[in-house]
Design a protein around this ligand. Structure first.
Ligand code: AHG
Ligand code: MN
Ligand code: MN
Ligand code: MN
Length: 335
């Protein structure tokens, strides 16, 4: 792979080739990428930058916020307010939508993000990331409202994440496949390191938090139980397990070598359909996985078809290698 295709050049060439990236969207993606570079810099400072540990505040999810949750959130808000490409933003760390303040030009896009995914890994120096999703604001002259965000994931016009690991890697789709860019710290630029990412249709590796087994619904229990029986069981093959407790990192592994990721509904919070958030975790990750030839479902329906009713709506997530996601679905349809 030629090392000299920068993110900017890639976006300009994609814009020229297929018109999928109007200039406002190209600016949005470049601004988000630049913000992620800033977050990566803060992450890499760790204790030296005073970014570790918790802030003494709680977010709308009922989670105690980490300092880096708040820092990353603020970096993304400040980076995106002035550009004229956005009408509003929404984030895991903000109760309501954040409309572009008066005085700044309003754009036609809506940006959603999980500023820091995998927060429980921050203080133990394990990979974390930022997830983002872009929708178009419905055409209207009225001021942007929360309902403008309530669009199914199949309406996304761009989605991606930035993984803060041994490398800082930006992974992006605008609906024309998945591309990966690695940050060159000397030059301070992202360079194309993989194009047309493809997830193998089959896998022998699952990612789930096994400590929740007693809380799972029967189909999930049966699916995992069959996998654990290995070659002697109905699957006829052995499985490996990974659980990094950072969705960005688990999904990056799946985009890179295949696998299946499950965070299913469980009876700890029966009123909630799942732990993960639809609009800024499941939808962007689901679209990336589909664009790489994989699948993303709740176990019973395609995630990208769900029409949100609330900004911080949660959802049950099964995503990754297409045939394996369908296999999980067969356990639900046996009910
Ligand atoms: P966040 O840090 O943005 O709140 O998201 C954490 C999510 C996701 O990244 C991960 O897959 C999952 O929570 C881990 O949950 P458990 O700690 O329950 O395993
Ligand atoms: Mn959180
Ligand atoms: Mn998250
Ligand atoms: Mn988060």
């Amino acid at each position: 792979m030629s090392q000299n295709i920068s993110l900017t050049r890639y976006l300009v060439e994609q814009q020229r080739v297929d018109g999928l990236i109007p200039s406002q969207l190209r600016l949005l993606i470049e601004v988000v990428a630049r913000a992620c570079k800033g977050i990566s810099h803060a992450v890499n400072k760790g204790a030296l930058g005073g970014v570790l540990g918790t802030a003494d505040s709680e977010n709308v999810q009922g989670e105690i916020q980490k300092k880096l949750d708040i820092i990353a959130n603020e970096v993304l808000i400040e980076a995106n307010e002035w550009g004229g490409h956005l009408a509003a933003m929404a984030s895991e760390e903000m109760e309501e939508i954040h409309a572009v303040p008066n005085g700044y030009p309003q754009g036609e896009y809506l940006l959603l993000f999980d500023p820091l995914d995998g927060s429980s890994n921050i203080d133990v120096n394990v990979s974390i990331g930022t997830i983002f999703s872009v929708l178009k604001k419905p055409p209207s002259d009225a001021a942007v409202v929360e309902q403008d965000f309530f669009q199914p994931g199949k309406n996304q016009v761009a989605a991606g994440y930035c993984l803060y690991g041994p490398q800082t890697t930006l992974v992006l789709t605008v609906g024309n496949g998945v591309a990966m860019f690695t940050l060159d710290r000397e030059q301070g630029s992202f360079f194309l390191t993989q194009e047309n990412v493809q997830i193998p249709a089959d896998t022998q590796e699952f990612a789930i938090n096994m400590s929740n087994m007693r809380h799972w619904d029967t189909p999930v229990k049966n699916y995992i139980d069959d996998c654990l029986q290995g070659t002697e069981g109905p699957r006829g093959k052995d499985f490996n397990m990974r659980w990094i407790a950072s969705m960005v990192t688990d999904v990056h592994r799946i985009l890179t070598r295949g696998g299946i990721f499950l965070y299913p509904w469980d009876k700890r919070e029966p009123g909630k359909p799942g732990k993960l958030r639809l609009m800024y975790e499941a939808n962007p990750m689901g679209w990336l996985v589909e664009q790489a030839g994989g699948a993303a479902s709740t176990g019973t329906q395609r995630i990208l078809d769900i029409v949100p009713q609330k900004l911080h709506e949660r959802v049950s997530v099964v995503l990754g290698s297409k045939n394996e996601v369908e296999k999980v679905g067969s356990y639900f349809s046996k009910l």
